[in-house]
Structures are given as structure tokens and as C-alpha cells.
Design a binder for this molecule. Structure first.
Ligand code: BG6
Length: 484
């Protein structure tokens, strides 16, 4: 039985808290997953915000929850767990002491969630420590971006490590909380048919693609400093790559899973110097039409000139026994044609055709693991067209649609991860060594992209990215598998 906890959100009235964290806690409460007696504190920078915290939170959360999730009576009960606290994160004063006292009188389990810019992580951890809030059962959850490159990430990690042990630092990547990502592990490690066909003998290539239709969404200054490589590839895409490529962990616990993920990162073939131009594509959207609506280009949205990429495609290789010569194509971008996150495992074709007339129609088997918009797993197989007397081969789909199967269940990655942090289960959180290894692979790409001749290639909003992204696969005799 999970113990009640105190959960302190630093940045309690910020976008992340209002959009994701509080709605996720409300869902957990509504589903009876929040232990009785638990408390949530949101720190705010103005006294008026502390006084009106419940209204601020309710108004925002009601805008983010689905209509069928909102139930005024349940929300009212949930409000009893919520507290707004005025605190200046960077200044250690009496307000910190007051919060420390409140926590001392409360639950033993304490979670501090940094929903703040990374620039204040260190000072905030120091103040948590200096005000005496750290108890033997407290932990800290930190949000990305964890650094700008390997060096800055190491500095942030080292600062946090002054106050919290590694096993009390929960580095969150919300993609790891998505239900289909959990299912990927179940699929791979509980079904013989997949695990026996999960290597270079059977698999031709793997695609991992996260396409978004949104643009800057009011995060211009953060995004323009980061770009798609740091914002999406260094974390979400590389984590998905690890889960697809890792060896079976000996147990389903944090140590075993992290050890296997780390081995994948270590085996990634470095892209250095000229390799970068050959194996990567960076793009930036120009004006176009997305979902029937005309949208401006990145530079117009930003209001200044910029070389930041909003699209990345990469051909990666994992140099180990299992994945020798199997390319992993990674792709992500903003303002693309469709919102979709998918992992495609494309199998090799059969070695001998006994249907010579239909040989051209045969498509290779594909396992499609879709994370969003729907959560589903599909296997594309070749079958016979029953309407024809002569043998005619057609592609058919074996489908497991988790969104339909669990239609009443609202999957929420943050809910899962926050409950895990409250239950002190770090399996789905990232170890410091993984962050470091991911940056070690990303840094040389960033370095090569900084050369003046390496400008992002334009692509119209509403397309699948620059033509060079198609060419990256075409020159290997392959194509992206695009939904829609
Ligand atoms: C965040 C990125 O980590 O993930 C955003 O900073 C991106 O730029 C978001 O839009 C995508 O998450 P999801 O769950 O909507 O695919």
C-alpha cells in the first residue's frame, strides 16, 4: 500500500504545473490512486497568487481536462489537498522556514518537483537543503532540458548531486510514461514471437518518428535556444531508441533497465565531422498550410532571423552484435503534416518468391507501434485477396487498438510518472549516466551544424519536412512510412 506523501511543485503556477501536473494529480485522485492524507504544495512568486491559488488552478485545469473528466464535487474534495505557498525560489527567507515546518508536521515521503527553468535548479536545491527540508525519504524530480550540451548537463547534475543522492534524483522524460511505451516492453519481453525476431537477421530497419503540427506555442525564446535536436532527439527519441534496441533486462527494475539502455547509448556509432552531413538533415519550416489553416513560417513566428532547426532526421547505427548494419532512422519536426509518434520495425522480405506475378505487390512485414494520436500496435502482413480467383497478394493489418480497448481509461504520462516518483519507483526515470551518454552522442552533431555553411533547409509547414529527409532514406533504397 502506497504511503501518503507531500509533493512540492516549485513553479506551482507555471505552464507545466497548470497544464500537466495538477490535471494529472486530479486524475490520480479521481481514480483513487492518491493515498489519503497526501498533500500538494504549489509555490508561487506573488502573495496574491498564493491567496487565489485554488481559483488559478481550477480555472486553468478545467481548460485542460476533458469535459467528461470534470466533476465539481470531486474537484472540491481534491482541492482540500492543494495548497498555494508564496516563496521566492532564489532567496532563502522565513517563507522557506515556514514551508519546512509545514512539511515537518506532515508526511514522511517528500517529493520536490522542479517545474522551473534549469537556471534555478541549483539554488532551489540548495535552499531546500539549507532550510532543512531534506528528510531520509525525500527525492527531487527534475524536468528537461537538462543542459545545453554534455558540459552544461554535467554541471547541473553535479550541482543537484551536492544535495541529493543519485537514487533520490528522478530525471523525468514524459515519453517514458506513455502507455504504449510501457507496452513496448511488455510486447518485446513477454511474447516469444517478437523477441525471436528482433535483430539484424530479421529486421531491415527501424524508424522512430515524432511529428507535430504545432509551432512555437508561445515558447519562442526557449525553443530558439534549443532547437529540435536538443528539445526532442537528445531525450525523447533517444530514450525510445534505447527501449527498442536494448537487450532484455534481467529484472523489471531501475538498475537492470538503465544498465541495458546505457549499453545501447554506448554502442551508438558516433557521428563526427563529415559523417554528420551524410547522416543528418536539419530543417526549418516556412509558411504553409497545416490542417486546412494557413500558418506563418518559423522566422515570422519568432520575429527575427535564426538558424535554429525545427526538424531533424538522422540515420543512426548501433554497433553491436544484435543490430549490426540495421539503420535506425530518427525523425522529428514541428509544423509537419500530421501529429503522430510511431516506432516502425520493418522486417526483411522473404528470400524466395513462390508468387512471381505478385512479387511486386509484396510489402515487407511491418510492426507499427503508435504512441499517438492513438495508442495501438499493428502488424502489417501479406495475405490473399479473397475477391480474386487467381492468387493476388494484398497487405492486411493485424491490429491491437489500445485506445479503443480501454476507451474509458485516460492515459496520462505525467500521472504515471508522478505516481512512480511518489512511490519511489525510479524505473522510468533517467540515470545521470544516460543523460551524459546521450549528450556525448549529440554534441558532435551540434558542433558540425554550427559551421556557417550548415544552415537548416526550408520545408513548407504542413509537409513531411525537407526533401533531403526523403533522400536520406531513398539513397538506402527505403522510404519513410508516413501515416495519412
Ligand atoms: C516536449 C517538447 O518535451 O515534448 C515540446 O519540449 C514538444 O517541444 C513536446 O511539443 C511533445 O510532447 P507530446 O507528449 O505532446 O508528444
Amino acid at each position: 500500500m502506497q504511503k501518503p506523501f507531500d509533493f512540492v511543485i516549485f513553479g506551482g503556477a507555471g505552464d507545466l504545473a497548470l497544464r500537466k501536473l495538477i490535471p494529472a494529480w486530479y486524475r490520480a485522485y479521481r481514480e483513487g490512486q492518491m493515498p489519503k492524507g497526501s498533500r500538494i504544495f504549489g509555490t508561487v512568486r506573488k502573495t496574491e497568487q498564493a491567496e487565489n491559488y485554488l481559483e488559478i488552478v481550477r480555472e486553468a485545469a478545467y481548460g485542460y481536462l476533458r469535459d467528461d473528466e470534470i466533476d465539481n464535487a470531486t474537484w472540491k474534495e481534491f482541492e482540500a489537498c492543494l495548497h498555494g505557498v508564496f516563496i521566492n525560489i532564489t532567496e532563502l527567507d522565513d517563507h522557506w522556514a515556514a514551508l519546512a515546518k509545514t512539511l515537518d508536521e506532515g508526511n514522511e515521503e517528500r517529493i520536490f518537483y522542479m517545474a522551473t527553468p534549469p537556471a534555478v535548479f541549483s539554488q532551489c536545491c540548495k535552499n531546500i537543503h539549507d532550510s532543512g527540508m531534506i528528510s531520509p525519504s525525500s527525492r527531487v524530480v527534475v524536468e528537461k532540458p537538462l543542459g545545453y550540451d554534455a558540459k552544461s548537463a554535467e554541471a547541473i547534475n553535479a550541482e543537484i548531486a551536492q544535495y541529493f543522492e543519485e537514487n533520490a534524483i528522478f530525471r523525468i522524460d514524459h515519453y517514458l510514461g506513455k502507455e504504449t511505451v510501457q507496452n513496448l516492453l511488455a510486447l518485446r519481453f513477454t511474447n516469444c514471437i517478437f523477441e525471436h525476431l528482433w535483430d539484424s537477421k530479421s529486421i531491415d530497419h527501424v524508424e522512430i518518428s515524432i511529428s507535430e503540427t504545432v509551432g512555437l506555442e508561445g515558447r519562442a525564446s526557449f525553443y530558439d535556444d534549443a532547437g529540435a535536436l536538443r528539445d526532442m532527439v537528445q531525450n525523447h527519441l533517444m530514450q525510445l531508441l534505447c527501449l527498442v534496441a536494448m537487450e532484455p533486462p534481467s529484472k523489471l527494475n531501475a538498475d537492470s533497465i538503465r544498465t541495458e539502455k546505457l549499453k545501447v547509448l554506448d554502442a551508438l556509432r558516433p557521428l563526427v565531422g563529415d559523417d554528420v552531413a551524410r547522416n543528418t538533415v536539419r530543417g526549418q519550416y516556412v509558411a504553409g498550410e497545416v490542417g486546412g489553416k494557413q500558418v506563418p513560417g518559423y522566422l515570422d513566428e519568432l520575429g527575427k532571423d535564426s538558424n535554429t532547426e525545427t526538424f531533424v532526421a538522422i540515420r543512426a547505427h548501433i554497433d553491436n552484435w544484435r543490430w549490426s548494419n540495421v539503420p535506425f532512422y530518427l525523425r522529428t519536426g514541428k509544423r509537419l503534416k500530421q501529429r503522430c509518434a510511431e516506432i516502425i520495425i520493418q522486417y526483411k522480405t522473404v528470400t524466395h518468391h513462390i508468387y512471381p506475378e505478385s512479387a511486386g505487390n509484396m510489402i515487407p512485414n511491418r510492426l507499427v507501434i503508435q504512441l499517438q494520436p492513438d495508442e495501438r500496435v499493428q502488424m502489417i502482413v501479406t495475405s490473399n485477396n479473397l475477391e480474386k480467383h487467381e492468387a493476388e497478394l494484398v497487405p492486411s493489418v493485424l491490429s491491437l487498438n489500445l485506445t479503443d480497448k480501454y476507451e474509458k481509461f485516460y492515459s496520462d504520462a505525467y500521472k504515471r510518472l508522478m505516481l512512480d516518483s511518489a512511490a519511489n519507483n525510479p524505473a522510468l526515470f533517467i540515470h545521470r549516466n544516460e543523460v551524459d551518454a546521450a549528450w556525448q552522442w549529440i554534441d558532435p552533431i551540434i558542433e558540425a551544424w554550427q559551421r556557417p555553411e550548415n544552415k537548416p533547409q526550408p520545408y513548407p509547414a504542413g509537409s513531411w519536412g525537407p526533401k533531403a529527409s526523403e533522400d536520406l532514406l531513398k539513397c538506402d533504397g527505403r522510404n519513410w512510412f508516413n501515416v495519412g
